[in-house]
Design a protein around this ligand. Structure first.
Ligand code: NAD
Ligand code: IPM
Ligand code: MN
Length: 353
């Protein structure tokens, strides 16, 4: 049976990096059909919405969604992002956002004296509520008394399913789980979060769990990334930490993510961590590594683990060879990197018995 993948290239560098990841996947020769969906800012200008009204049904009809990036200076960011990615994460209830952070050999690390052996973290981000619940409002617009409320929402159910999944992932890795909150200043949501972590920990005697304050964690990621294995955190905290993580693994262009709902049949959404990067869009220099890595995560999710590993090995080989875009110190174009990874994939596939 063919895998059905909905492809949303999106805005800015989204289409540029997605094209390369798609070429790499196509080089595998798997039974896989793409449905290209022209959603994003151009769609908004034409139809008044970022995606059509029946978008979620369209996506549910696929096995996975592969997304570039959304965001264009011509559309207010909160409209653009709530019109696509945030809506999709919430409505498909894709409650876990998995963001691996590994420094690949050949990619320069901005931390002095650190190399690939020091950087192998997995961020498990709450993806449907918390600071991104979308609850709030504004009143008395334009008056002196204008007020805006942005309410965080934390539910036991959502924290518990996420934290349990993070424990399972830690158990399958180095056995260390770090939970980051800010339960000294915020007295309700993060305190509930900490309590749930303590409760779920009882089921995982083999995992060493620690609770840290998110501000201290940010410093520790820079000082001692090797002490971190799996990190679980709320929607906003993990959003911020994973841009820091991306920088540590060589830059925004390197970072990959998977939005998933383990145990459900909702299609996962796979996307690089970076945005539409309007500052470099159209120049052909965007780093496609994060998009290609996200494609590897997607293949694994589709039950094509071997293909996913082949894509990762090919990406690693290209990085080791020093074929990189300017953000990682190279002089290659987006296309050169895509070509390089696709060539490695083809030779790996043809060498198979
Ligand atoms: P960004 O990630 O787009 O860019 C931040 C910096 O990183 C820029 O200097 C950019 O040039 C660089 N960069 C990003 N990706 C790169 C790549 N692949 N190769 C080389 N350099 C890369 O973040 P931003 O500038 O804060 O946001 C731009 C727009 O993207 C905004 O509209 C924002 O809301 C949106 N955004 C969308 C997503 C998404 O759709 N998933 C994610 C983040 C930001
Ligand atoms: C990300 C992005 C999004 C987020 C934005 C674009 C809404 O920054 O996927 O990390 O904050 O989740
Ligand atoms: Mn982000």
């Amino acid at each position: 049976m063919s895998h059905r993948v909905a492809l949303v290239p999106g805005d800015g560098i989204g289409p540029e990096v997605i094209a390369e990841a798609r070429r790499v996947v196509d080089a595998l020769g798997l039974p896989l059909e793409w449905t290209e969906l022209p959603w994003g800012s151009a769609h908004y200008h034409e139809h008044g919405r970022m995606m059509p009204e029946d978008a979620l049904e369209t996506l549910r009809d696929h096995d996975a969604v592969f997304l570039g990036a959304i965001g264009d200076p011509s559309v207010p960011d909160h409209i653009a992002l709530w019109g696509v990615i945030l809506e999709i994460r919430q409505r498909l209830d894709l409650w876990a956002n998995l963001r691996p952070c590994r420094l690949l050999p050949g990619i320069p690390c901005p931390l002095a004296g650190r190399g690939p052996g020091d950087v192998d973290m997995l961020f498990v981000r709450e993806n449907t509520e918390g600071e991104y619940a979308g609850v709030g409002g504004r009143a008395h617009r334009g008056l002196e008394s204008e007020v805006a409320l942005e309410t965080s929402v934390f539910t036991r159910t959502c924290i518990e399913r996420l934290v349990r999944h993070a424990f399972q992932l830690a158990a399958s890795r180095r056995g260390v789980l770090t939970s980051a909150t800010k339960s000294n200043a915020s007295r309700y949501g993060y305190v509930l979060w900490d309590e749930v972590v303590e409760e779920v920990a009882v089921e995982f005697a083999e995992v060493q769990v620690e609770r840290v304050l998110v501000d201290a964690l940010a410093a520790r990621m820079v000082r001692d990334p090797g002490s971190l294995d799996v990190v679980v955190a709320s929607n906003l905290f993990a959003d911020i930490l994973t841009d820091l993580a991306a920088a540590i693994q060589g830059g925004m262009g390197m970072a990959a993510s998977a939005n998933v709902a383990p145990g459900s049949d909702a299609p996962g959404v796979f996307e690089p961590v970076h945005g539409s990067a309007p500052d470099i869009a159209g120049q052909g220099i965007a780093n496609p590594a994060g998009a290609i890595w996200s494609a590897a995560l997607m293949l694994e999710h589709l039950g094509e683990a071997e293909a996913g590993r082949a894509v990762m090995s090919a990406l690693e080989a290209v990085c080791r060879d020093g074929l990189g875009t300017p953000d990682v110190g190279g002089s290659a174009t987006t296309r050169d990197v895509g070509d390089g990874v696709a060539e490695h994939v083809v030779s790996a596939m043809s060498a198979r018995p």
